[in-house]
Write a protein that binds this ligand. Structure first.
Ligand code: PXG
Length: 437
């Protein structure tokens, strides 16, 4: 592909202001370690791990070699009534890594497919168990579970839903935990807001526990702008769901694989959900893939029928794709050999201190952080929501730094291989930019 390619019209870009982008394209040509290189030869420090997925950094040799090796062995094997060893090996490695009795991995190709898979499994479980009336799915305001109809139905980002309704019936939403009084400039988990979990009791009272299949939440809401769970909140959701025979699904598409300084938020906080959804860091973003980690109880209940019939009419042509499995196995090796989860945990206090130093800017409304994720929440320009943060994005890019913005929030989630001096570069660049906005 040439750098001076003229026609950018045919490609309809996702979640992008297409016309603005095509007037002023930002095209990446290669990437290595912490940096991208653009088609114009500009080096760009990656402050957001691509899109929260390249946790082990770009172009990792071990992951690349594993993919290249697999390319020469076999690039596709049928996923239904057939298999290949890589999928079994990867599933075993994953279930060893995730906590408790999440001993089964169902492979998908994205976080969106993981969301819909987990919601379908929740319903299938209760049907198999003899409680067909337990069908309701409870999400949360500001929740993001991808773009398919199931995930959107339980999701709570208005702009993502606006033109696509109607959604699934039999859905309700918990309130979000953002902007709770007293939580501004929290470091790590905020102090206030545990009581918002009790709103689930009201939802249960309203609908009846015997109609509710599952509650799905992101332990830390990413897309909504890094909403960190208040202390005790997730533990309380677990207790209420357990007491009421309701499944709890953690959508850890962003938070798993070291992002918050551990395998998953469930691991970090010692909470046992019934399912964990993953994608992104699962393969370091090298080959698209998602996985739902499922408890023994759910899997066995669904699979416990006559032995020769298909137990679950669900799956994708590319479930457990050989290239994705090869990438995933190598990714887990890299996380382990380079101690990246521990590294993230060890770097988090430095990152936290650095990010909170931006508090001095009077356009900064709030700063929040959790593990190797942080948000700098800007006061919007009057009558022009999102513009200030996107200006920051464009200015940062000019200065060789890639950040992510959502609304008026700057989100940082660098690859976990980042060095302290690169954290300093990110913060110094933003410090300069914030004075100009
Ligand atoms: N669940 C969660 C919690 C996510 O964050 C998805 C599901 C969907 O994943 P797929 O692979 O279908 O895109 C996500 C994706 C951002 C941003 O900067 C967030 C996501 C994707 C791209 C950008 O807010 N989250």
């Amino acid at each position: 592909m040439t750098a001076n390619m003229q026609n950018l019209e045919s490609y309809w870009m996702p979640f992008t202001a297409n016309r603005a982008f095509k007037k002023n394209p930002r095209l990446f040509a290669s990437a290595s370690g912490m940096y991208y290189q653009t088609t114009e030869g500009k080096k760009v420090l990656d402050g957001c791990a691509g899109l929260w997925c390249v946790n082990a950094g770009h172009g990792n040799k071990k992951i690349n070699d594993a993919i290249k090796f697999q390319v020469d062995q076999m690039t596709y094997s049928p996923a239904f009534q057939g298999g290949h060893l890589g999928a079994f090996e990867f599933a075993e490695r994953l279930t060893d890594l995730f906590p408790g009795d999440l001993n089964h991995a169902f492979f998908t190709n994205s976080g969106s497919e993981s969301a819909d898979t987990s919601l379908k499994l929740a319903r299938a479980y209760f049907k198999a168990r003899g409680n067909p009336e337990k069908i309701k799915l409870i999400g949360r305001d500001k929740g993001y579970h991808g773009v398919n109809f199931g995930g959107l139905s339980v999701g709570g980002i208005p702009a993502a839903r606006k033109v696509f309704g109607p959604f699934l019936p039999e859905v309700d939403h918990l309130p979000h935990t953002h902007n709770v009084e007293g939580n501004l400039f929290s470091k790590g988990q905020p102090e206030h807001g545990v009581e918002l979990a009790d709103r689930l009791l009201e939802i249960i009272e309203l609908h009846g526990a015997d109609t509710i299949a599952a509650v799905i939440v992101e332990p830390m809401a990413g897309s909504a702008g890094v909403v960190v769970p208040p202390k005790g909140y997730l533990e309380r959701l677990r207790k209420i769901t357990k007491d009421n025979d309701i499944l709890l699904i953690f959508d850890e598409v962003i938070t798993a694989f070291g992002r918050i300084g551990d395998v998953s938020t469930a691991t970090l906080l010692n909470i046992q959900p019934d399912m964990i959804n993953t994608a992104k860091g699962l393969t370091n973003g090298a080959v698209p893939m998602g996985a739902v980690l499922v408890s023994d109880e759910i899997q066995r209940t669904i699979v416990d029928g006559p032995p020769d019939v298909i137990e679950l009419f669900h799956g994708y042509t590319y479930s457990g794709h050989p290239l994705a499995c090869a990438a995933g196995i190598a990714t887990l090796d890299v996380y382990k050999e380079e101690n990246l989860f521990e590294r993230a945990a060890a770097l988090s206090p430095y990152f936290e201190k650095a990010v909170h130093s931006l508090k001095r800017h009077n356009i900064v409304r709030d700063i929040r952080n959790f593990g190797m994720v942080a948000a700098i929440d800007l006061i919007p320009r009057e009558g022009a929501p999102s513009v200030r943060a996107f200006d920051a994005y464009l200015k940062a890019f000019e200065q060789g730094l890639l950040i992510r913005t959502t609304g008026d929030i700057i989100a940082l989630s660098p690859p976990l291989i980042i060095e302290e001096k690169q954290i300093d570069t990110i913060i110094n660049t933003l410090d300069d930019i914030l004075t100009t906005l």
